[in-house]
Write a protein that binds this ligand. Structure first.
Ligand code: HEM
Length: 570
């Protein structure tokens, strides 16, 4: 499932002006006539500037998608990402007898992607170039392809592999710590189209080279030491991949990869690795400190390079260790090529529309349906969710209202429980809809702690994802409608299909365009159809529907899944 389209206007019911009024004043609405707010913003006219007040924040699909992966981790609408590391000792890519751990692999993959950054030239960093670099000896081990193979089905037009690599670090550290250590996650990373520089430190790499590699990536000596001990809080060094570090004797029937842990708690992100190293007990910092082969004692060389001063500083308290790791790991995942612009840190969304959309049936009836997800300790399963909407011209009426009913919950998110409320109602096509407001009420009908959120809704151009179907010739038929009174003369779609690319497991987003033709009417709407070849990853493929009307007005229905979850797709 995905979030609803349009603009989100966050406002409290205590504010003097109703949200809808602040959205756009009634006289302006008269001027706009049939043109929805979203469409005009898309058209980029001077009106768009007038409407872009501080009260309006545009829905960011990157943020919405990553927030879903981060927050929906259990129960109803589980995104399925966190399950791979639940429990934290889990190995999602093979037998549990291999002694491998997915949560630790994810952190290591991010380090290897990051390590070849050149911050002065603004290249490399977290850009998923690691996918093209897996055959390099410096990226030895199963972690790279295991992880990218797991991430690949989550890539889409707005979720890059590089953002998933960053997300995986946030999720590993957050899930495998108690109390949960939450790194801020930003989105917007761009996937590389080829391998980058060489230069990931290896166990054999001498100290000077190691420090210069870290330095090129923006991490000087103390940062390099800190980042390494933070990373080596979880996981193991394996004989399978690193026989020069771990002897064959580590291989047993229940540890077939021959893993030796860095510390006594390899599936918990905590200070143990540091304490065990400084106190010279337990795993004493792990195989890269203790191995018999002096050449590959890379952690020991690094830690001793300032006579353990950095590590003794971090050991003052476990909160010093935690806060340093949060800072260093956050810097690591936010080291990106100069061309990438990251979003603000993603905040869990308290009231979130999910799959909120319009459809037009054969008789021209307009259905308005979707889920409202509540996430907050302020909410209870007994709360009521009421939706009211404004007509195309901005009017409100008692009939423009519906209640949503609880459809399911998810309980184990590190951000709290989620409550999913479903609604399915009809909108009078003559009146239309331009925005809707979600109000949370207590069971007795009284407003709950001032929660009222307004979102814009585009009803001029509607992609009918539930009707997408395979044709007899193997192509896929697409259906869309446009309000006839909008005088739309050209309807196109840009298709974004994650597709295999050579040299990496990571998919590339292939873009293509298709033109629709008018094919009848549905009440007040004109029906448009098109056909496209079946994309390689249909479930991840999306489209942006674009309709052109007179005087340069453009309407859009963006980021719609081609095969919707509602359709009975085979
Ligand atoms: C001088 C720097 C470093 C060297 C030479 C190094 C080397 C290694 C080696 C050889 C392994 C064993 C991998 C395997 O057996 O599959 C390993 C594991 C690991 N490394 Fe590092 N590492 C360094 C720094 C870092 C940093 C900075 C991080 C993250 C911030 C990190 C995160 C990890 C993690 C999480 C594992 C466990 C992987 C697993 O259990 O599958 N490493 N490292």
């Amino acid at each position: 499932m995905r979030s609803g389209p349009g603009l989100a206007i966050q406002c409290s019911i205590n504010q003097r002006l109703p949200c809808d009024r602040r959205l756009v004043s009634p006289p302006l609405f008269h001027l706009l006539l049939m043109h929805s707010l979203t469409s005009l913003l898309v058209a980029g006219s001077s009106l768009a500037v007038a409407l872009s007040s501080a009260a309006i924040s545009e829905t960011n699909h990157i943020v919405d998608e990553l927030e879903h992966l981060l927050v929906d981790t259990d129960g109803f609408n589980d995104a399925g990402f966190q399950k791979a590391i639940t429990p934290c000792s889990n190995y999602v890519s093979g037998s549990q007898l291999l002694g491998r751990e997915t949560a630790a692999q994810w952190i290591r993959v991010a380090f290897h992607d990051f390590a070849t950054a050149d911050v002065h030239s603004g290249t490399g960093g977290i850009d998923a170039s690691i996918g093209f670099e897996t055959l390099r000896p410096e990226n030895s081990g199963s972690a790279m392809n295991d992880s990218l193979g797991f991430f690949a089905p989550f890539v889409n037009a707005h979720v890059s592999m590089a953002d998933l690599i960053a997300l995986s670090v946030v999720m590993s550290v957050g899930t495998c710590s108690s109390p949960n250590i939450i790194l801020p996650l930003r989105g917007g990373r761009i996937d590389a189209t080829e391998g980058g520089l060489f230069g990931v430190p290896e166990p054999e790499t001498d100290l000077e080279t190691t420090l210069s590699q870290f330095s090129q990536a923006g991490f000087h000596q103390a940062d390099a030491i800190g980042l390494t001990i933070c990373g080596h809080s979880v996981g193991s060094v394996h004989h399978g991949g690193f026989p020069q570090v771990v002897p064959e004797s580590a291989v047993t029937p229940t540890n077939q990869g021959g893993g030796i842990h860095f510390d006594a708690t390899p599936d918990i992100f905590d200070v143990d690795v540091l304490n065990e190293y400084l106190d010279w007990k337990g795993q004493r910092g792990g195989p890269l400190v203790t191995t018999d082969n002096i050449t590959v004692r890379s952690d020991l060389r690094l830690y001793l390079s300032d006579n353990n001063a950095t590590l003794q500083g971090l050991a003052r308290s476990s909160s010093d260790f935690t806060s340093s790791c949060v800072s260093l790991l956050t810097r690591m995942i936010n080291t990106v090529p100069a061309s990438a612009h990251l979003t603000d840190p993603i905040q869990p969304i308290e009231v979130k529309p999910v799959n909120v959309s319009l459809t037009v049936d054969y008789s021209g009836r307009v259905s308005f349906s979707g889920y409202i997800r509540l996430l907050s300790s302020n909410f209870k399963s007994t709360d009521l969710v009421r939706i009211t909407w404004s007509s195309r011209s901005g009017q409100q009426a008692p009939a423009f209202a519906a209640f949503a009913t609880l459809a399911g919950t998810g309980n184990s998110s590190i951000f709290g429980a989620t409550f999913y409320h479903f609604f399915n109602t009809t909108v009078d096509p003559n009146e239309g809809i331009s925005s809707y407001t979600v109000k949370i009420l207590q069971p007795d009908g009284k407003p709950s702690s001032s929660h009222s959120v307004t979102f814009s809704m585009e009803d001029t151009t509607i992609f009918l994802s539930a009707e997408t179907a395979t044709r007899a010739d193997g192509n896929i038929a697409l259906y869309a409608t446009a309000l006839s009174a909008a005088f739309v003369h050209n309807v196109t779609a840009e298709i974004s299909a994650p597709s295999p690319q050579s040299g990496t497991i990571s998919p590339a987003i292939l873009k293509s365009a298709v033109t629709f033709v008018q094919n009848g009417t549905r009440g007040l709407y004109s029906l448009f159809t098109a056909a496209i070849p079946t994309p390689p990853n249909l479930r991840q493929s999306t489209l942006d529907l674009i309709a052109y009307a007179d005087r340069g007005v453009v309407y859009k229905d963006e980021f719609r899944r081609i095969a919707s979850v509602e359709s009975n797709w085979n």
